[in-house]
Write a protein that binds this ligand. Sequence first.
Ligand code: GTR
Length: 337
Amino acid sequence: RPEILGLFRENVFGVVPDTKYEISFSTINEDRNAINGAATLKQIDIKIESGGKSLIIHLTLFTPNGKKKKSPVFLLIDNRGPANTDPLRKVKSEFWPVEEAIARGYGMAVFYNADVDPDKHDEFKNGIHAVLDKGPRPDNAWGTIAAWAWGASRCMDYLVTDKDVDGSRVAVVGHSRGGKTALWAGAEDTRFAIVVSNESGCAGAALARRRYGETVARINTSFPHWFNANFKKFNNNEDALPLDMHMLLALIAPRALYVDCASEDLWGDPAGSYISLYKSVPVFNILGAKSDLPEVMPPLNKQVMSGKVAYHVRDGVHNMLLKDWNFFMDFADVVMK
Ligand code: GTR
């Protein structure tokens, strides 16, 4: 595991600097009567301070009321902006279906990735890079996806302290670039009990060597800031990679892993993501999370679950919808309730 993790740090996502920092949590709003009394809402400022600089990650958390036990929670890495995650629930979005999750006994947490690092190529002058980076950046220095994943871990630092949350049952969820980030967060931080990768595609669940949909060269050209400088060496040169993405999925074992895709999202490579998941299964088996995932992917809108891994392809376009969330919760009902 350390060797494979090291390969991904070195060649894809980058290494987090070992700069010392302080972390503190302030609850800026608490409503124990949210969603008509069904839930408690907390809004927490997670402050990171280092060398006179600071940054705040705004975490929103809903937990179900009236339960004897602490709740399992889904933490969404939101790459679409706060419009999808209204804490007042005036605007409801299937991207973060809080009411439905609360009704099923799950808490829902979210942070906006741009709080940690803006999603633009700014030479790493802003966000957490401006707080923690020291001196010139080596070719393996962390990129923006690694920064967002690090942010998910700082949210986890808070969640394990919340008396309404069961810190041993937190799932990290992400869509698309957020899905790549969820996988990397779960690889780096074994406190996440489930990792959900929704349509993560290139440098997510999809195998790089298939060169299907988005390729390494394409993603490095459009989004150079997502990865470290070393990853650019593999543009049009996937065979030189000392890894492929099934090894990233294997880093989640023996914890639980959900991969899903959408039928019209060919860029996200549903078939390549399934092969990748299938090829990660031997590691789940070695580590005692027995799975006999079939070699052939399931039909449209049908979920396959085996041991600690699960997969589906939803009909339609690139998005994360209630249909997807219902499948995630069906899986969580089995692996972490
Ligand atoms: C695309 C990008 C994909 C995916 C997607 C998204 O433009 O090329 O890798 O991350 O954005 O995040 O919606």
